[in-house]
Design a binder for this molecule. Structure first.
Ligand code: PGA
Length: 247
């Protein structure tokens, strides 16, 4: 089955609402009508509203970078799935390696976030990936398996079809070191195999598996030509219209 490619921009902690809206407006002018590739931009919470307005009427979708599993309550500093939905957010990045390593997001907490997103009709972009030490120790596939299976506990077959998975080797994020196409394709095929076991073959064939980690216009074509690489989660190269549009 043909999967539409998906290019998602993870702006991380960059851009004010005004800067974000300006970038979104540039993207809309250049690519706001195309439907060949699905495009999602994920600004910080504070810019979601302004960016969402700038994207209004275009084919470019709005994503958040995180959420809290509870709908509301005493969780100072957090933002919930219903709050994101109220801003017309359609996607949410969950379990990014920066959340895991800097903010203590465990597999169990990532799982609660995935379930909360799905319950609120948000499409999770679930991130998995090994550190350099784990790759060198030969445990890449094991690490990815644990993160994926734990992150997807309790997800139904029907829900799984809306899922997006991002394979992001931690050592390739923001470092300029990109995984080779063989390294990436091996893990992507492995992830598709795990999804097949969890959710059946037809469902696994529908899930987009993105590559993330120093993806740039120069290295993207070769990565995106691989059988199981269905798009990219882009950090640095998503902050400027030119490089993001090239992707
Ligand atoms: P990068 O970030 O493209 O800057 O490596 C990717 C990511 O962290 O999602």
């Amino acid at each position: 089955m043909l999967r539409k490619k998906l290019i998602a921009g993870n702006w991380k902690m960059n851009k004010t609402p005004a800067d974000g809206a300006a970038l979104a407006a540039e993207l809309v002018t250049a690519a706001g009508k195309q439907t060949d590739v699905e495009v999602v931009v994920c600004p910080p919470f504070t810019a979601l509203d302004a960016v969402g307005k700038a994207l209004d009427g275009s084919t470019i979708k709005l994503g958040a970078q995180n959420l809290h599993p509870e709908a509301s309550g005493a969780f100072t500093g957090e933002v919930s799935a219903p709050m994101l939905r109220a801003l017309f957010t359609t996607h949410v990045i969950i379990g990014h390696s920066e959340r895991r390593s800097l903010f203590g997001d465990t597999d169990a907490f990532v799982n609660l976030k995935v379930l909360a997103a799905l319950k609120n009709q948000l499409k999770p972009i679930l991130c998995v990936g090994e550190s350099l030490a784990e790759r060198e120790a030969g445990t890449t596939l094991k690490v990815v398996q644990t993160q994926l299976e734990a992150g997807l506990q309790g997800v139904s077959k029907e829900q799984a079809a809306t899922l997006v998975v991002a394979y992001e080797p931690v050592w390739a994020i923001g470092t300029g070191k990109v995984a080779t196409t063989d390294q990436a394709q091996e893990v992507h095929a492995y992830i598709r195999g795990l999804l097949t076991k969890l959710f059946t073959e037809p469902v696994a064939q529908r899930v987009r598996i993105l590559y993330g980690g120093s993806m740039k216009p120069a290295n993207a074509p070769e990565l995106l030509a691989q059988k199981d690489i269905d798009g990219g989660l882009i950090g640095g190269a998503a902050l400027e219209a030119r490089s993001f549009l090239d992707l």
